[in-house]
Design a protein around this ligand. Structure first.
Ligand SMILES: Cc1cc2nc3c(=O)[nH]c(=O)nc-3n(C[C@H](O)[C@H](O)[C@H](O)COP(=O)(O)OP(=O)(O)OC[C@H]3O[C@@H](n4cnc5c(N)ncnc54)[C@H](O)[C@@H]3O)c2cc1C
Length: 221
C-alpha cells in the first residue's frame, strides 16, 4: 500500500471510531492548566502533543525552537522501458510504483517558497532522471510538500519547559516516514512514564533558545 493510501485508511478508521476529527486547530481555543488542557467546548485531555510539521514555526508554545521549513517537489513519471526491479539513487531517487510508473524526487528549496509546483523542479528532476536512463518517459504528475528540518538534523521531541502538559513531536526533516512512527511510540512510553526520552531528540538541547526568547519578551525565567 502506498503511503498516501495508508494515511487515508488510518484517517478513515479514526473518523469512524471517533479518535480523529478533521478541523483546523485554533490555538486561541486552547486552555492549558497544570493538570490538563481544554479545547473548545468538547475536548478535555491530560496532555496535548503538537504534531503540525512546518506550521510549528507559528506555534505560540514552541516558536522558539529552530524549525526550518524546506520545500520539496517530486514527479510521477511513466517510463515503459525502465526496469521495476530496483530503486535507483544517484543525485535523485527513482522508486517503482508498478505498471511502469515511477516516483522521482526530490528537490530542496529554502525560503522564499514557491506558491505551487514549479517548472524549475520539473526540469531539474526530469534532467536527473535522463542522466539515469536513456529510456523515454512522460511526466504524469508533480507535487510539493514541506520538510520540517532542524539545524542538527535531529527531531524535536519533548515537553514544554514551563508547561508540563504541552508537548511537541516534530522536526523529522526528510526522514519522517522512516522515523516518526518509532519515535511517536517511544514518546508515548515517555509520557506514560515507562521510558526515558532519548537525549538526541529531546528539545532540552535547545533550552538556551527558550531562555533567550523569554528575555527577548521581557519575562524573567
Ligand atoms: C518532497 C518530499 C519528499 C520526501 N521524501 C521522504 C522519504 O522518502 N522518506 C521519508 O522518511 N520522509 C520523506 N519526506 C519527509 C516527510 O514527508 C516529513 O518528514 C514528514 O511529513 C513530517 O511529518 P509530520 O507529521 O511531522 O509533518 P507533516 O507531514 O507536515 O504533517 C503535519 C500535519 O499537520 C497539519 N496541520 C498543521 N497545522 C494545523 C492546524 N492548525 N490544524 C490542523 N492541522 C494542522 C498539516 O496540515 C499536516 O497535515 C519527504 C518530504 C518531502 C517534502
Amino acid at each position: 500500500m502506498a503511503l498516501r493510501e495508508l494515511l487515508e485508511a488510518l484517517a478513515t478508521e479514526g473518523l469512524q471510531n471517533g479518535w480523529l476529527r478533521r478541523e483546523t486547530f485554533d490555538p486561541q481555543q486552547l486552555v492549558v492548566t497544570d493538570s490538563g488542557v481544554v479545547y473548545g467546548e468538547s475536548v478535555r485531555a491530560r496532555h496535548i502533543i503538537f504534531c503540525e510539521g512546518s506550521a510549528a514555526t507559528q506555534n505560540p508554545y514552541f516558536n522558539w525552537l529552530p524549525l526550518r521549513p524546506n520545500q520539496g517537489e517530486v514527479l510521477d513519471v511513466e517510463c515503459p522501458g525502465l526496469s521495476e526491479a530496483q530503486v535507483l539513487n544517484r543525485g535523485a531517487y527513482v522508486v517503482p510504483l508498478g505498471q511502469q510508473r515511477f516516483r522521482v524526487g526530490a528537490t530542496y528549496r529554502r525560503p522564499p517558497f514557491a506558491e505551487s509546483i514549479t517548472d524549475e523542479a520539473r526540469q531539474e528532476l526530469s534532467h536527473k532522471l535522463s542522466t539515469m536512463t536513456d529510456q523515454p518517459f512522460v511526466v504524469t504528475g508533480q507535487r510539493m510538500g514541506m520538510r520540517p528540518t532542524v539545524p542538527d538534523r535531529k527531531p524535536l521531541v519533548g515537553t514544554h519547559p514551563a508547561r508540563p502538559v504541552v508537548s511537541i513531536c516534530n522536526g523529522f526533516g526528510s526522514k519522517g516516514v522512516m522515523i516518526a512512527p518509532r519515535l511517536a511510540a517511544h514518546f508515548a512510553d515517555v509520557l506514560e512514564g515507562t521510558a526515558e526520552l532519548w537525549s538526541e531528540v529531546n528539545i532540552e538541547r535547545y533550552s538556551a533558545l527558550y531562555l533567550a526568547s523569554l528575555s527577548e519578551a521581557g519575562v524573567s525565567s
